[in-house]
Write a protein that binds this ligand. Structure first.
Ligand SMILES: Nc1nc2c(c(=O)[nH]1)N[C@H]1C(S)=C(S)[C@@H](COP(=O)(O)O)O[C@H]1N2
Ligand SMILES: [Mo]
Length: 447
């Protein structure tokens, strides 16, 4: 960051993370007004750093640096009190949230990842989004089995102990529900990035490659064309996967972010299908059948299909195309003041690595290339950052990702030209955030 930028550094009020009801919005506005008021009273454009560096006991609630706070003078808590570590009490606002009214019962609902409050690329396991068709279970791993049958020399049933003895891999991948950003097909602008893009998470998964299991069972190389993955919950979640993909990078996983899977994410076993929409990542995985044709299950014929402009349904879409979104500043947040902001966001592609991300502050007229942070992994989230100085006038922030195949993330108008307006799934259009002169950021659509 240049000296010039340092001088004019600004701050973001992180508005409460839920739906922006009038009361929470008013709270955030109040915080902004008090910040602006202080800045004026100090007769300088920059109050934050000056106030924090003040040495006198302050009357305005700013911490005074030379007055030692209680925590510098007393004994802290003992280790035993912690057990399984929890986030700070000051971070309580950062939660998965259900979108009220999205489905009739919450066993068939979604809880969204609060992307606006996360850093880097890994989603903490407790904030990983959830999508259940029939509720989640906490299955006893000693009772859980995985069967492999169909076009194989030897059908087998594996216990968890059997599986966990096998050679394992650990890989970082994103998972995105095919319906993520689905509401934006209309002009229904949801207020925050949590609700527009929060059916997206990224974790390190550990398990055995499906190819290892299929080789062990001696799958029939001449006739095998597809596998069917089946879950053990009441939703009869079953999905067809091509044998080429099954033999490539699909993982039968038991761990996420260094520990066993969380119950709501498929404990004790789930399929990880890198780059492919979430529905194929079958949780509570109990069976893989090898076959010579597609299975046409309910979740491949009635659901997870896209109505095209010619009235026909597009079926068996799987790959999540290249997409990106700015996570801060984003809808519902309020900019405290003019000045410097680190605009940050996420980019991903189901086809490989991210090559470049461009950011616009004027609704797509001018673009600058953002910095991509490492690690830069295939079929994983990539974090981008870019400097931006807000001059206080209306702005529209957008990001546009390009993946290693050269595919460029489309505008919503480009997507609608091909797909029409009747789709639910696979909306990977450029997202726009409107910055208003009063600092408020809202969701807008720019065609
Ligand atoms: N057994 C089972 N697997 C399932 C589902 C389900 O309801 N049951 N939901 C699918 C859908 S639609 C998605 S998007 C992902 C969500 O995974 P998560 O809950 O770990 O985020 O799981 C998929 N696998
Ligand atoms: Mo999904």
């Amino acid at each position: 960051m240049s000296q010039e930028l340092k001088k004019i550094i600004g701050r973001i009020v992180k508005a409460p993370e839920g739906f922006l009801d009038a009361a929470t919005l008013e709270e955030a506005r109040k915080a902004r007004r008090s910040f602006m008021g202080k800045a004026l009273a100090m007769g300088a454009g920059v109050a934050a750093s000056t106030a924090a560096a003040s040495t006198a006991a302050s009357s305005d609630g700013e911490p005074a640096i030379l007055n030692l706070p209680t925590h510098s003078k007393t004994l802290g808590q003992s280790v035993a009190a912690l057990g399984y570590g929890m986030p700070s009490q000051w971070e309580k606002n950062l939660q998965r949230r259900e979108s009220p009214g999205l489905t009739r019962v919450s066993q068939a609902s979604v809880s969204f990842t609060p992307l606006q409050g996360l850093f880097g690329i890994i989603t903490p396991s407790g904030l990983h989004f959830e999508r259940h068709h029939q509720g989640w279970h906490d299955i006893d791993p000693s009772q859980h089995r995985l069967m492999i049958n169909g076009l194989v020399k030897q059908e087998r049933v594996f216990s968890m102990d059997d599986l966990m003895r096998l050679p394992s891999v650990s890989r970082i991948h994103f998972i995105e529900c095919g319906a993520n950003t689905g509401a934006e097909w209309g002009n229904v602008a949801l207020p925050t990035v949590q609700y527009t893009h929060g059916m997206l998470s990224c974790s390190e998964f550990t398990g055995v490659l499906l190819s290892t299991l299929l080789e062990m069972c001696g799958y029939d190389k001449r006739t095998a064309k597809y596998v069917l993955a089946e879950g053990a919950d009441g939703s009869s979640m079953t999905r067809t996967i091509s044998i080429d993909r099954a033999m490539d990078d699909v993982i039968v996983a038991w761990a996420m972010n260094g520990e066993m899977l969380r119950p709501e994410n498929g404990y004790p076993l789930r399929l990880v299908v890198p780059g492919v929409q979430g529905v194929s990542w079958v949780k509570y995985l109990r069976r893989i059948e090898v076959g010579d044709q597609r299975y046409d299950t309910k979740d491949e014929t009635i659901h997870y299909i896209d109505m095209m402009p010619d009235g026909m349904h597009r079926q068996y879409t799987s790959v999540q195309e290249c997409k990106s979104v700015i996570t801060a500043p984003s809808g519902g947040q309020i900019l405290l003041d003019k000045g410097y902001y680190n605009v940050t966001g996420l980019a991903w592609s189901g086809r490989g690595k991210i090559k470049r991300v461009d950011v616009s502050a004027d609704g797509g007229r001018n673009w600058r290339t953002a910095r991509l942070e490492t690690p830069l992994l295939s079929k994983a989230l990539t974090r981008f950052n870019i400097d931006w100085v807000w001059d206080g006038s209306p702005a529209i922030l957008q990001s546009r990702a390009i993946d290693e195949t050269g595919y460029v993330q489309p505008k919503i108008s480009q997507l609608r030209a091909v797909r029409g307006t009747k789709s639910i799934y696979h909306n990977n259009a450029i997202q726009s955030w409107q910055v208003h002169p009063n600092g408020e950021v809202t969701n807008v659509q720019v065609s």
